[in-house]
Every structure is written in structure tokens, then in C-alpha cells.
Write a protein that binds this ligand. Structure first.
Ligand code: PHE
Length: 361
């Protein structure tokens, strides 16, 4: 190929590159020039058949052609990529003031247990509680022993525990029977002051109209040097008022017994039944919603805290129960039956995120 021909090939290719209007067209130009059977590649292959004295000079010319075309391709590629991005951005600009198109949101529903868990979390977060978590499969130590229920303790029998097969060392893992083992995990992990809640699933081998083998609790724990029973009562009252969205709530603190608290109480909520509707804060019916008390000194000792210095309270609240009360759902078993009609009726729209400011429900 003569010098003139080479020159016009270069002009032609650079022109084609400048003209390529998008990345696909540019790629076609690249293949036609530098691809396996491209025109420059063919010139390179032809080099081999030239006499050695011509090969060098001609080789340099073809190489410099290859470099210029390569650089032009890269420059154009960058330019096209930039405009492609700019164009995409301008087309995909979102008007955030537009209403959200319902789409699947119109159909999907949040389960009342999830919604109520979010409501509870929101209220306690506003009181400065952090969220703690623990696994569903627990050790016997965390679920019982550390909570002042050593092996053979009679209170263990009340729990209808699901056990796993014993391990080689004789220990048996179990499905936690309450969220209280998260108290132990929290205290072992973090030094007081501690203020946590721990929502989650719990399991007991029990099933009837008001019991399912899996249900939900939220544990609360406050440990510092001066928290007392009055604080516990205040926190629970404030919680109930916020949760049921009423000014006055009727609560009954009954003396009770848990191995891990002393003193211990159970708390009932007063309500009236009006046909199918339930009115909280009125009437003379009572429903037990939680157990609570001051953390037992033995529990503090079991996690290496000095009971002469530290104290605090704990409570365990049945999430499913207060969901039934608040939203008037009569049968606990329906919660876990997976019936779409039930979920459509009692479920919540996905964007109805509970906040204290906007109203919980
Ligand atoms: N863990 C207890 C239960 O499941 C409830 C509870 C928690 C009681 C914390 C006192 C303190 O029945």
C-alpha cells in the first residue's frame, strides 16, 4: 500500500470514528479497523511477506496508524459514554413529589405481628432503649441456668421446652422458651448502664385457642446503679398509653413469681368488650400481657456483675397478645395459618410505617 493510500485510509477511519453516533456504531468501526479481519490488522499481517529492508520502515508507518486510530477510538468512546450517561440521567430523573404508584403495594400486606413489633420498637426507642437480639436456638445455660433456674429447678417444668438431641458432651440445645436469655447475652456483652429491648420468636410445646407452639415476646432490660421499681412502673404505663393510643390506661400489677426477678409481678390490662370491639382503659375485664420485676441478684452474679452495686428491672411482654387486644383479633391460631384472606383483612399497607410523630396506627 502506498503512502498516499495509507494516508487516505487513516483519514477515512478517523472520519468514521468521529461520525459514530453511539457506542455500538463505534464498536463496529473498531472491529472493521482493528478486529481480527480489520483493515489495519490485515496490513500488519501483510508485513511478513515484505522484503526485510522494507519491512521496518513500513512497519513503523502501520504501527503509528494503529496507534492513532486506537487513541481516536478511545477518546470517542469516552465522549460517547459521557453523553450516554448524561442522557440516561436526564431521562430517568424522578419527580419525588409524585405519589408512589401502588403496583404490588396495593396487594401486599405487613403481618400484624411485624407491625406491632415495629410499633413497640418505636415507643421504646423514643425512651432511649436500644434493640438487642439473640438466636432462637439457645443454650440451656442462657435460657435457664443463668436466669437462676439451675438443672432440676422446678420452674423449668413450666416451660414445655423443645429440646434438641444431646451433644457428645451431654449438653442439649433448645428452642428458647422466652426472650429472657437475651438479657444474659446483653449483660455478658455490654457493661452497665444498659437499656435494651429484644423482640423475637419464642417456642413452647403448647397449642390451643390462645397458645401456639411459636409466639412472640419482647424483652426489656434496664441495668444501672439506681433504677428501681417506680421506674419500671412508669415505663410500662407510658408504654401502654402510647401503644394503645389512649390518655389513661387501667393496669393491674399482681404479685407473682419468676426465678430471675425479685420482686416479681404480672401486669393485666383492663378492657371492655363491646360486641366484637375491644375498648382498652374501660370496663372490668382483665388480660395478662406481661411479666416483670427487679432483676434477681443471682442473675447479676451469674453474669459477673456485683449486685451490691448494680440493679435494674426486666420485663417480658407477649407481642401477639397485645396485638390481639389492640386490633381486636380473636383467634391467635389465625396469626400463623397463612390465610391470605385473614392477612388482607388484618394486615397493614407496607408504607404505613408506625412513628410516634405521625401516629402509631
Ligand atoms: N420470661 C418471662 C416469661 O416468659 C417473662 C418475664 C421477663 C418476667 C422478664 C420477668 C422479667 O414468662
Amino acid at each position: 500500500m502506498s503512502a498516499l493510500e495509507l494516508y487516505s485510509l487513516k483519514t477515512e477511519l478517523l472520519h468514521a470514528i468521529a461520525e459514530a453516533s453511539d457506542l455500538d456504531k463505534l464498536e463496529e468501526v473498531r472491529i472493521a479497523a482493528l478486529g481480527k479481519k480489520g483493515r489495519i490488522s490485515e496490513l500488519m499481517q501483510a508485513l511478513g511477506s515484505l522484503p526485510p529492508d522494507e519491512r521496518k520502515a513500513y512497519g513503523q508507518v502501520v504501527n503509528s496508524l494503529k496507534t492513532s486510530v486506537g487513541e481516536a477510538l478511545e477518546a470517542r468512546r469516552r465522549e460517547l459514554a459521557r453523553t450516554a450517561t448524561a442522557e440516561k440521567l436526564s431521562q430517568e430523573r424522578a419527580d419525588v413529589t409524585l405519589p408512589v404508584p401502588e403496583g404490588p403495594l396495593a396487594e401486599g400486606r405487613i403481618h400484624p405481628v411485624s407491625q406491632v413489633t415495629d410499633e413497640i420498637t418505636e415507643i421504646f426507642a423514643a425512651m432511649g432503649f436500644a434493640i438487642a437480639e439473640g438466636p432462637d436456638i439457645e443454650t440451656d445455660f442462657n435460657n435457664f441456668t443463668a436466669l437462676n433456674m439451675p438443672p432440676e429447678h422446678p420452674a423449668r417444668q413450666d416451660h414445655d421446652t423443645f429440646y434438641f438431641a444431646p451433644a457428645a458432651d451431654g449438653t442439649r440445645a433448645l428452642l428458647r422458651t422466652h426472650t429472657s436469655p437475651v438479657q444474659i447475652r446483653a449483660m455478658l456483652k455490654t457493661k452497665p448502664p444498659l437499656r435494651i429491648i429484644a423482640p423475637g420468636r419464642v417456642y413452647r410445646c403448647d397449642s390451643d385457642q390462645t397458645h401456639t407452639p411459636m409466639f412472640h415476646q419482647v424483652e426489656g432490660l434496664v441495668i444501672d446503679e439506681e433504677t428501681h421499681l417506680g421506674h419500671l412502673k412508669w415505663v410500662l404505663e407510658e408504654f401502654c398509653k402510647a401503644f394503645f393510643e389512649i390518655q389513661e390506661v387501667k393496669m393491674r400489677f399482681r404479685a407473682s413469681h419468676f426465678p430471675f426477678t425479685e420482686p416479681s409481678m404480672e401486669v393485666d390490662i383492663g378492657y371492655a368488650r363491646d360486641g366484637d370491639a375491644i375498648r382498652i382503659g374501660e370496663g372490668d375485664q382483665w388480660l395478662e400481657i406481661l411479666g416483670c420485676g427487679m432483676v434477681h441478684p443471682n442473675v447479676l452474679k451469674n453474669v459477673g456483675l456485683d449486685p451490691d452495686r448494680y440493679q435494674g428491672f426486666a420485663f417480658g411482654l407477649g407481642i401477639d397478645r397485645i396485638a390481639m387486644l389492640k386490633y381486636g383479633m380473636p383467634d391467635l391460631r389465625a396469626f400463623f395459618a397463612g390465610d391470605l384472606r385473614w392477612l388482607k383483612h388484618y394486615g397493614f399497607p407496607p408504607l404505613a410505617i408506625p412513628t410516634l410523630a405521625a401516629g402509631l396506627s
